[in-house]
Design a protein around this ligand. Structure first.
Ligand code: HEM
Length: 465
């Protein structure tokens, strides 16, 4: 039964709740139908557990920005929490440890951008390896999945561990395999059953793979941490791990910093920074190959602005309104973290006039904002005009929230935007990307998970210059 003044929703079945209303392989269409029936704030029961789903920019901003602190918790009773038994930033509940770790991570990311080698240089160094891979693929058909995953994970690995890895290195291949599998398990049917039916948790079912993967990944980071402890000079940090170890030495005994949290904060950044950026890039190139006139217009602008320059810098974006529009439009269409990361209310509160009790799981359906009718000129098609005004200037509508909003919003936004700009501009300047003639019609429907992933697709490249 729904309590009085609780958000409305479909009738609830005993034991199953509303599970039959959702296609566990991909519930996005079902969630959209429910929005049409029950409005922008509605409720569902996953088994016995109620959740509130927020849709549309108005309700989203009321919750995440106006009532920020009330909606900034993270649920602590899902499979994700059991898999990550130590909390870094992403899964930590709203409180001191989360605040200290978030501030520390932001500061360290920023400082590494200001250090001897700037973040832009690190990104450019990594792009050289992508260029090499593409050079070697001229005239052949390649699958860009692994290439884009590697570029994103190597950029974050440089910040975290001070090193990059060859594309076939065991560390990178293991981590990428673990990330990809874990994200799919978390938003898949087995995770839903794990959350709803506690009695199945100890059974040997497919969700156990997520536990195994997290153990494999944390052991790999522990190995790196031990190496760092043996080779570091206190006060002269080389990377994120060293900075954290310095910070631990400075902190008092009741500090929230610990080696366990270091391992899981590093994994958070590695996981959050790899699958997101790479899937956005994959979506962007899938659309650019199939909209060659848009690809050409980007290249014209790039050639004009970068004429006589060796390489692009992030500031060049201000002279490239069309390129900016294409990158933002790719992010809007990619809708990479479509259901954000689940939130939880920190106290009894209200939303859109409904009463929502403390501890309620909150799902932000970001797709409904990124494709909201009335907010976009062309909500349902790939069209850079969504971000251009009549004078051809770049404009960012309020409904552009792929990084979410409020105190929990993505802390890697700055890094992600820099990566997307430098990678796309550099590659488009050098190569023409072609949809192979024998590839048939492109399938734009993504595979559902914590991140939406384009189905594997082929690509051909030609040199431009
Ligand atoms: C295109 C790329 C990316 C997208 C679309 C994206 C999107 C998001 C979204 C939607 C959230 C959830 C916010 C919320 O709960 O309200 C999030 C959280 C987060 N992201 Fe990203 N992200 C991207 C790249 C990155 C990168 C490169 C990093 C790492 C450097 C990163 C680190 C994080 C972390 C640590 C959180 C948790 C923040 C917290 O709980 O306080 N993300 N991201």
């Amino acid at each position: 039964r729904r309590p009085k003044n609780f958000p409305p929703g479909p009738p609830v079945l005993p034991i199953l709740g509303n599970l039959l209303h959702l296609n566990p392989q991909n519930p996005l269409e079902d969630l959209e139908k429910l929005r049409k029936s029950y409005g922008n704030v509605y409720s569902l029961f996953l088994g016995p557990k109620p959740i509130v789903v927020i849709n549309g920019v108005k309700a989203m901003k009321e919750a995440m920005v106006i009532k920020a602190a009330e909606f900034a918790g993270r649920p602590q009773d899902t499979i994700v929490n059991d898999v990550f038994d130590v909390k870094g930033v992403i899964l930590a509940d709203y409180g001191t440890s989360w605040r200290e770790h978030r501030r520390f991570a932001l500061m360290t990311l920023r400082n590494f951008g200001l250090g001897k080698k700037s973040m832009e240089d690190r990104i450019h160094d990594e792009i050289q390896h992508t260029i090499k891979t593409l050079d070697e693929s001229i005239g052949r058909t390649l699958c860009p999945q692994v290439m884009f995953h590697n570029v994103a994970s190597n950029i974050i690995c440089q910040v975290l561990f001070g090193t990059r890895y060859e594309y076939d290195d065991e560390f990178v291949t293991t981590i990428i395999q673990c990330v990809t599998e874990i994200t799919k398990i978390f938003n898949g049917p087995w995770a839903m059953l794990y959350d709803c039916l506690p009695f199945i948790r100890n059974l040997p079912l497919p969700f156990n793979k997520a536990f195994k993967n997290i153990k494999r990944s944390s052991d790999l980071v522990l190995r790196l941490l031990n190496e760092h402890k043996n080779t570091r000079t206190p006060g002269e940090p080389r990377d994120f791990l060293d900075c954290y170890l310095d910070e631990m030495e400075k902190k008092a005994e009741d500090s929230s910093f610990s080696e366990d949290k270091l391992i899981f904060t590093a994994l958070d950044l590695l996981f959050a920074g790899t699958d997101t950026t790479s899937n956005t890039l994959l979506t962007a190139f899938l659309y650019l190959m199939n909209h060659p006139h848009i690809q050409e217009q980007c290249q014209q602008e790039i050639d004009q602005v970068l004429e006589g320059k060796d390489q692009a810098c992030f500031d060049d974006r201000h002279q490239m309104p069309y390129m900016q529009a294409v990158i933002h439009e790719s992010q809007r269409i990619a809708n990479t973290v479509s259901l954000s990361i689940f939130h939880c209310t920190t106290k009894d509160t209200e939303l859109a006039g409904y009463s929502i009790p403390k501890g309620m799981m909150i799902v932000q359906n970001l797709s409904t904002v990124l494709k909201e009718e009335g907010q976009w000129k062309y909500p349902h098609e790939f069209n850079p005009d969504n971000f251009l005004n009549d004078q051809g200037e770049f404009v960012k509508p309020d409904a552009f929230i792929p990084f979410s909003a409020g105190p929990r919003m993505c802390l890697g936004e700055g890094l992600a935007r820099m990566e997307l700009f430098l990678i796309m501009v550099t590659l488009l300047r050098k190569f023409k990307f072609i949809w192979p003639e024998d590839a048939g019609k492109p399938d734009y429907t993504p595979i559902f998970g914590v991140t939406l992933t384009p189905k594997p697709y082929p690509m051909k490249v030609q040199h431009r210059l």
